[in-house]
Design a protein around this ligand. Structure first.
Ligand SMILES: Nc1nc2c(ncn2[C@@H]2O[C@H](COP(=O)(O)OP(=O)(O)OP(=O)(O)O)[C@@H](O)[C@H]2O)c(=O)[nH]1
Length: 363
């Protein structure tokens, strides 16, 4: 069911439903969004909001290229990886530099998890990501980081959308498609945060999501190839909207923060109800595959050993020898350097006795 909260619904003084479940683990909020959508401002706002509510957030900045952070970060990628030096050392452009810095940081992410593990007093972990959304969402390191954190902590994605820019229905549609692809890729609960509602109320966007006709009318107002594409896509996305949480927010004024955390509460519930069973199913599949592989290897080993035994039996079989005593040729084959086979030979008492008799005859 599409859950929404418009700016007019805001009741900021009201305390939010506690987003924590029975679990003592902190809730992780990963902030994603197109460049300039207001991720950093949003991070600053929810950080301040949580402090005001006596909740303890732990802040992680994963944007190596950010010039200045308007909030104090507990862990900052810039302390471990120098983005400009990475660019110089590997002769990369700005985007390559950001991706490589994130890759280098991802190799140390287990240390971040260790630190979080030791922190017993935190309620939330807030993660800011690079400006270029694809750097995190479609990179191996972004996937490693989000998977690692989501395996250990209840994790929610806050997809920040610039409501002002989304008054253009084509831009709105591309944001929705991005949100949809992230949701299906990560399988994590996602909240579309319609930011900058101090400039434009997000009611129009909620209407577009609820009423297909209204969105079509908006598209008709600007005929173009991309609006035709958006028209077709909106039919597809109709299903996706049903599972989507949206909330109107202003990172500048703080309007909508309480509603946002209310949605976080329901998203955490979804994490436990849907993501955890999905993870367990994945684990079962992996374990089953491992078991099958081990069984196949064991079978192969048995077959190999069986063939070996068969081979030894064949060699010891007197019907296969000519005028030499049983397994004389076998002894000769193995006598040079393979003591194991010699032992096997000795285990065959009949053959050993026969050989001894033959040797006595020779001397
Ligand atoms: N009016 C208004 N402006 C906002 C709001 N949130 C962010 N902005 C402005 O939008 C611009 C971009 O904000 P940032 O927080 O830097 O956006 P970002 O997504 O972190 O940007 P990159 O990391 O560079 O992609 C800044 O000029 C902010 O002041 C808001 O709620 N209302």
């Amino acid at each position: 069911m599409l859950t929404t909260a418009t700016t007019s619904d805001v009741a900021d003084d009201q305390d939010s439903n506690s987003p924590k479940t029975d679990s003592t683990k902190p809730v992780v909020i990963i902030t994603l969004g197109m460049a300039g959508s207001g991720k950093t401002c949003f991070m600053q706002r929810i950080n301040a909001w949580l402090h005001a509510k006596n909740k303890c957030p732990y802040v992680i900045n994963l944007d190596p290229a950010v010039f200045e952070l308007p909030y104090p970060a507990n862990i900052d990628i810039r302390d471990s990886v120098k983005y400009k030096e990475v660019m110089k050392q590997y002769q990369l452009g700005p985007n390559g530099g950001i991706i490589t810095s994130l890759n280098l940081f991802a190799t140390k992410f287990d240390q971040v998890l260790d630190i979080l593990e030791k922190k017993k007093d935190i309620d939330f972990v807030l993660i800011d990501t690079p400006g270029q959304i694809e750097v995190f969402t479609w990179s191996a390191s972004g996937t490693i980081i989000s998977d690692a954190i989501a395996r250990s902590y209840p994790t929610v994605i806050a997809f920040i959308m610039d409501t002002v820019r989304c008054t253009n229905p084509v831009t709105f549609m591309s944001n929705m498609m991005y949100a949809c692809s992230i949701m299906y890729k990560t399988r994590l609960p996602l909240i579309v945060v319609m930011n900058k509602t101090d400039i434009v109320d997000n009611k129009f966007a909620v209407e577009w999501m609820n009423d297909f006709e209204t969105f079509q009318e908006a598209l008709d107002a600007q005929p173009s190839y991309s609006s035709n594409l958006s028209r077709s896509m909106s039919l597809v996305l109709d299903e996706f909207y049903k599972d989507l949480r949206t909330v109107g927010i202003s990172a500048v004024t703080g309007q909508g923060c309480a509603n946002f955390f209310r949605e976080v509460g329901s998203a955490v519930k979804e994490y436990y109800e849907e993501y955890i069973p999905h993870l367990e199913e994945l684990r079962r599949v992996i374990e089953k595959r491992k078991e099958e592989e081990m069984e196949a290897q064991l079978k192969k080993l048995k077959v190999d050993r069986g063939e070996e035994v068969q081979l030894e039996e064949d060699k010891l079989n007197p019907t296969q020898t000519t005028n030499l005593p049983p397994s004389f040729s076998n002894y000769n084959d193995s006598n040079d350097n393979d003591s194991d086979e010699e032992v096997q030979y000795e285990e065959s008492t009949a053959a050993a006795a026969s050989f001894e008799r033959y040797r006595a005859g020779l001397s």
